[in-house]
Design a protein. Structure first.
Lengths: 731, 549
């Protein structure tokens, strides 16, 4: 088949090539396009091209820039000549991801690619229209050389005071067309001159290989030990955070998110810094473990109860997966220049966050046992993903990612752990369950009113203890301190003094010190002397016989009265109801205003609303091979039916003698091709009222949803809105 | 996961399981860089502090050793952040050095000009500096040696002090070990101090801190100034020095309210040093006018503020601080360390007890029930009088009486805070009372009679909190105290910790009114001792009457 356009090229490739293309550019098959023409249009759309370009490393990008410098069609040889021998490999990659395609007369670029890359690739200006004698440059006067030196590595534009009255150097260059005036004050260096001065190469230096990644070598055993400690820590943090907010929900700011004060309180409670607290909070939010309810209170969702039932490995996987794919960046919280960015707030999304994270992990994975030095790592990352689009923050994102990977236990002592490797490769994470330190089922109570759990406690016990005692120190072990306040809290939770004592006796390996025993009974003795309860209304009367009378009155049974003191009765009904019923029964009650707060004991709260985890923007997940294969099948099928349809349509339109008609995708495809071939076209174009007219045009370019073209009828350059073009046919 | 005795927590505390076979070895390994915080019966808590890590650097340990030790003994994996923190903190030490220069006097030298640039720009440091000598050196005003060290420490760039100490006027002092032997821990403490140059030694009450002082003097062999809390303590120091060293009576002077002698070894009281005459401290120049080779601060936790300030100015003299309880309710522990010097020796009380150098003690809290009338009185008392009201109830008196009767024949001290209460008790019990306005002479007579057994029971006010050496006292009954002061409780227990000739254990009773703030304060007071491993037993007053203890 003759290859005249990108879609022709796509029709010519085999399934393996498709597979390659789709796995590196998943946006092409999400959603699956109906046929190859649509695929070609999507692949040539600027956003998709930009994504593809983002995936290039520094060297591949240099080669692509060089390709843009060349005129189409070009040969691989020519490309190598202006870059480096290694360009061969890069070119193959560029072809495989559809940024360059071979046609019968040489290599070509998808038409909009040049627009995406900008008009001055590699800092080289446009081609000269005039014939140049480049050898003359060698004899350029010093002034001219100085000017050239400034423009040689780009940008190729320079400003002059007045083009009519330039300095001697500029004048010399202008005269020989080595500089071309652009407007009154700007001159530009033509591409040939630039290339010549650069010694025939597009770049000063060819970054064919990545910089060396330096860091500290770590021992595998130590890495994994450290990583498992980190994993157990991060799981503990999450649980503590949720328990903390279950007890005392935090308030969301009006503008959304968690206030600085609440973040500080949380950080102190967890014993971490604020950056880490923000990270933990965001993790819980991403995984729907916390929810912000209608009253703007932040508290655990009921997913937390499910979570507690899961194995550590499952929990960790949930956290890590959510972290890897999210576009939210907790590192932004509390940064000096973005002080008002709140955790859980709406301003944390950054488009390239997930990409940087994925890239960081894969670099770590490629360098086993190495704890990279941050500076070196950023250099390496910059080579792998040269900063172009959404470039902000890439360095910081990388720093934060390394930090967070350590918190998560993907790395241990800075090097990628076996858990990280298994996570990336989808391996068996159950290893985590067995590697985590064994839980202990006992504590040691000491006479200074502290209790120490010499390892991670069983969940049930730690839950109970957290109510009875304050945590004083966290880590592998936990130190609890008992005080009057904590014992009272346990009593508030409905425990009795005896229950607390029994629990401690059962759990402690050491005998219970007497002062603690006394502390418990002292507090228990005092607790609950004052009783508080809820009631709808009360009835009081100084005449106790009258009280006895209403207690025994059958007509008042509906009130379900309870006598709480000789002179006071409480009632389940509201005061107005009670009043009515009493009156109906023949009594003469008077209303009394009521004061006082109703108190209820703290309880572990759950939000009533469904959790709404934050939306993820930006990255598209890479589909697996099965999905890709089915996508390929779908496209092939679509392609076959399209042929049939086009054929039928042609028969129909010939019969009607009508204007050219194509599907929208075919239209785009044809337009792209004809722009490249610079041929005149016949198009059908609908006006505002829907009437279709026939126009003959010379297409120039596609821009912002419109085709810019010269209309033969008027001789003017005009823009045609693409949705209104009913069809395109060559003349 | 290994099976070590140590658990390194993420908040920089180290938990040492003392029932573990490696615990002694581990304790020795971490002692140089970690501060002992609590030592109750099962798990001891140490803490990694910048100061501790810097002291370890000063003593020649490097970060690698510290990290290796932590990893070696740790039961679980050591948090990475701690390892980084240790390395970072320790690397800050020694970038700045204070040196003596023959031309410029005292100089601050650096190996890292950026650090020097940073510190000389600090507002607090600039006024202490002299002329810049070169990129890496700057002169320091010699009188500001203490201040600059303190300020640099606060900035997080501790200076290593190579400027050395003045030797002071030499004076021969030797220990005379005829009928006694210096104990191993006393020797270690004195040596630890001497090698470190200056610092604080923390030993339990009754463990013989005076002998550590004497041993330090024997190292220094120079004129010595000893600062003590009161005159009685001064006399006791004098007695001890006469007994333990080659010093004779003429070589030891007392500088107190009563006498103003200056001898090669001079013992001065804090009181006289801080006495003001016409608005100036008249006696502070005692520090300066004599060429002391060593200054000893007894009971350094009581160091008064003016002496703090003055101590900063005498950094070129060797300083030794002695204390049992370096807890200050005013939180000035850090100042003590930076001015006198770091903690050079510390050992859990229970360990000394186990070695038999201090008497085992039983701490008993006796709870009395207030009568209805007393309860009402307490409930309606003004907030500022509440503690006094419940601490001095009549009901306590009965219990004290019973306790004294019960322990008849033993040497008993009844200790309290409020003079009226003590007056009453002394009267009821029919025993002498020592309080603030008791003349020194009379106090000495009474203490002597107590020591010889002529009288067996004494009622004392807070004047006897410290430094009073009463070897045979075995029973202390505390009826009231200075609110929740932890160190007072420990010091009072200390009065009865001298090992008894018959190996008997001491009993420390604390009489507390139930369900009042007396009880809350008692809890706070007991914290220090509980953290040292003393377990309080709580009994009811009725048990005392029924003799059930």
């Amino acid at each position: 088949m003759e290859i005249r356009s990108f879609s022709d090229y796509l029709r010519s490739v085999d399934d393996a090539a498709f597979l390659n293309l789709f796995s590196s550019r998943p946006d092409l098959v999400i959603p699956v396009p109906p046929d190859i023409a649509s695929l070609a249009v999507r692949a040539c759309s600027p956003p998709s091209l930009a994504r593809a370009i983002d995936s290039l490393n520094k060297w591949q990008f240099q080669v692509l820039e060089a390709a843009c410098v060349l005129n189409e069609p070009f040969t691989a040889k020519r490309l190598i000549a202006i870059t480096d021998k290694a360009a061969d490999g890069a070119l193959t990659h560029l072809i495989s991801i559809g940024l360059v395609y071979p046609s019968e007369d040489g290599m070509r670029l998808p038409t909009p690619l040049r627009d995406v890359l900008g008009s001055e690739p590699a800092g080289l200006g446009p081609e000269s229209l005039a014939k140049l004698t480049l050898t003359e440059l060698e004899n350029a006067p010093t002034d001219a050389k100085k000017v050239l030196e400034r423009l040689i590595w780009g940008p190729p534009r320079g400003s002059v005071g007045d083009i009519k009255n330039p300095g001697s150097g500029v004048a010399w260059l202008l005269e020989r067309k080595f500089l071309v005036p652009l407007d009154q004050r700007t001159v530009i260096l033509p591409r040939e001159v630039g290339l010549f001065l650069r010694g025939g190469k597009t770049h000063r230096e060819s970054f064919t290989n990545p910089p060396e990644l330096i860091g500290v070598k770590r021992e595998i055993r130590q890495i994994n030990l450290a990583a498992i400690a980190n994993i157990s820590t991060v799981l503990r943090w999450i649980e503590e955070l949720l328990n903390f907010w279950a007890e005392e929900p935090a308030d969301a700011l009006r503008a959304g998110g968690l206030g600085v004060r609440d973040l500080k309180i949380l950080a102190t409670h967890l014993g971490v810094d604020e950056a880490c607290a923000a990270f933990i909070t965001e993790l819980a939010y991403l995984t729907s473990l916390i929810s912000i309810d209608a009253n703007d209170r932040i508290m655990p969702s009921n997913k937390f109860d499910v979570w507690l039932m899961q194995t550590p490995a499952d929990r960790w996987q949930v956290l890590t997966s959510a972290w890897l794919t999210t576009s939210r960046v907790s590192g932004l919280v509390g940064r000096a220049d973005t002080r008002n960015v709140a955790a859980l707030g709406p301003e944390l999304d950054r488009v390239n966050a997930a990409r940087v994270r994925a890239l960081t992990l894969s670099i770590l994975n490629e360098n086993p046992e190495l704890a990279p030095n941050i500076k070196s790592f950023i250099e390496f990352l910059t080579w792998r993903a040269p900063v172009r689009r959404n470039s902000l923050l890439q360095d910081e994102l990388a720093t934060w990612t390394l930090r967070e990977a350590e918190w998560l236990g993907l790395t241990g002592q800075g090097a990628f752990s076996k858990y990280g490797i298994d996570f990336l490769s989808g391996g068996d994470l159950n290893l985590i369950n067995s590697d985590l330190p064994k839980t202990v089922d006992h504590i040691l109570i000491q006479s200074d009113n502290t209790a120490i759990a010499p390892g991670p406690l069983e969940h049930e016990i730690s839950q109970q203890l957290a109510i009875m005692a304050e945590i004083e120190s966290r880590g592998g072990a936990t130190v609890y301190r008992f005080s009057e306040a904590t014992i009272r809290r346990a009593l508030d939770h409905g425990k009795t003094g005896d229950e607390i004592r029994a629990f401690l006796l059962k759990t402690s390996k050491t005998p219970m010190p007497q002062p603690l025993d006394y502390l418990i009974s002292d507090v228990a003795k005092k607790h609950g002397k004052l009783r508080i309860g809820n009631t709808a209304s009360f009835i009081r009367c100084e005449d106790t016989s009258l009280i006895t009378q209403i207690m025994n009155d059958k007509k008042l049974e509906v009130l379900s009265l309870r006598r709480i003191a000789p002179e006071v009765v409480i009632c389940e009904r509201e005061a107005t109801d009670a009043m009515r019923i009493l009156r109906d029964a023949g009594y003469l009650p008077a209303a009394e205003s009521q004061h006082g707060m109703l108190l209820s004991g703290p309880q572990s709260k759950r939000a009533q609303t469904k959790p709404r985890p934050p939306r993820i923007i930006g990255e598209i997940e890479t589909p697996d091979e099965d999905q890709l294969n089915s996508a390929i099948r779908a496209i092939r099928t679509g392609e076959k039916s399209r042929h049939k349809q086009t054929h039928l349509r042609q028969i129909a339109s010939e019969a009607l003698g009508a204007l050219p008609r194509n599907s929208a995708n075919e239209t785009m495809d044809l337009i792209n091709r004809f722009i490249q071939e610079e041929k005149s076209l016949s198009i059908g174009y609908a006006d505002n009222n829907g009437a279709v007219t026939h126009r003959i045009i010379d297409p120039i370019r596609v821009s912002a949803g419109a085709l810019i073209a010269r209309d033969h009828a008027t001789g003017e350059v005009q823009s045609f809105r693409i949705p209104r073009i009913t069809g395109v046919a060559p003349l | 996961m290994t099976d070590g005795p140590l658990i390194v927590q993420s908040d920089k505390t180290l938990l040492l399981d003392i029932d573990h076979p490696l615990s002694t070895e581990c304790r020795r390994a971490i002692a140089p860089f970690a501060e002992l915080e609590r030592s109750p019966e099962h798990i001891h808590t140490y803490r990694l502090t910048p100061l501790g890590l810097w002291n370890a650097r000063a003593a020649g340990h490097d970060a690698e050793q510290v990290i290796d030790t932590l990893i070696k003994y740790s039961r679980y994996s050591v948090p990475h952040s701690i390892l980084i923190d240790v390395a970072e903190t320790m690397s800050r030490y020694g970038r700045l050095r204070l040196e003596a220069d023959p031309v410029h006097g005292l100089i601050l030298v650096t190996t890292d000009t950026a650090v020097l640039e940073e510190v000389i720009r600090a507002r607090k440091i600039a006024p202490l500096l002299g002329a810049r000598i070169d990129a890496e050196t700057i002169a320091v005003l010699p009188s500001q040696r203490g201040h600059i060290k303190q300020s640099l420490l606060r900035l997080g760039w501790p200076a290593e002090d190579f400027a050395g100490y003045v030797d002071g006027q030499a004076h021969p002092i030797e220990l005379v070990q005829k009928d006694w032997q210096i104990r191993p821990y006393q020797e270690l403490a004195a040596e630890g101090f001497w090698h470190g140059g200056s610092g604080v030694v923390v030993l339990p009450c009754g463990a013989g801190k005076t002998i550590v002082g004497a041993a330090a003097m024997a190292h220094a062999k120079a004129t010595t100034l000893i600062l003590v809390t009161n005159t009685i303590a001064a006399r006791q120091w004098r007695e001890e020095l006469l007994k333990r060293t080659t010093l004779n009576e003429d070589e030891i002077g007392e500088y107190s309210g009563a006498k103003k002698e200056i001898r090669p070894v001079t013992i001065a009281t804090y009181q006289v040093m801080t006495k003001k005459k016409n608005g100036v401290y008249a006696h502070l120049d005692l520090f300066d006018t004599h060429d002391w080779g060593l200054i000893i601060y007894d009971e350094v936790h009581l160091l008064p503020a003016p002496i703090f300030r003055f101590t900063a100015d005498i950094q070129s003299r060797r300083r030794l601080g002695l204390t049992a309880t370096l807890v200050r309710e005013d939180g000035m522990e850090g100042e003590v360390f930076s001015l006198i010097g770091p903690k050079r020796y510390d050992v859990p009380w229970k360990e000394i007890e186990a070695q038999g150098y201090i008497a085992p003690a039983e701490c008993i809290e006796v709870r009395v029930n207030l009568t209805e009338g007393e309860r009402l009185l307490y409930a309606t008392a003004e907030p500022e009088n509440r503690y006094r009201t419940c601490a001095t109830t009549r009901t306590k008196r009965n219990v004290v009486e019973t306790l004294v009767k019960k322990h008849a024949g033993e040497q008993i001290l009844v200790i309290g805070q409020y003079i009226t209460q003590l007056d009453e008790l002394a009267e009821v019990l029919g025993v002498p009372l020592i309080k603030g306005d008791t003349p020194i002479k009379e106090r000495e007579i009474l203490f002597n009679k107590f020591r010889t057994g002529e009288i067996t029971c004494l009622v004392v006010s807070k004047v006897a909190n410290f430094s009073i050496d009463l070897p045979d006292a075995t029973i202390a009954i505390q009826v009231s105290g200075a609110f929740g002061s932890r160190q007072e409780e420990a010091q009072r227990l200390g009065r009865i910790l001298r090992p008894k000739s018959d190996g008997r254990s001491a009993k420390f009773y604390s009489v507390i009114s139930r369900d009042t703030i007396d009880q809350d304060f008692a809890q706070n007071r007991q914290r220090f001792l509980a953290e040292q491993g003393y377990s309080y037993k709580i009994i009811d007053a009725d048990d005392v009457y029924l003799d059930k203890i």
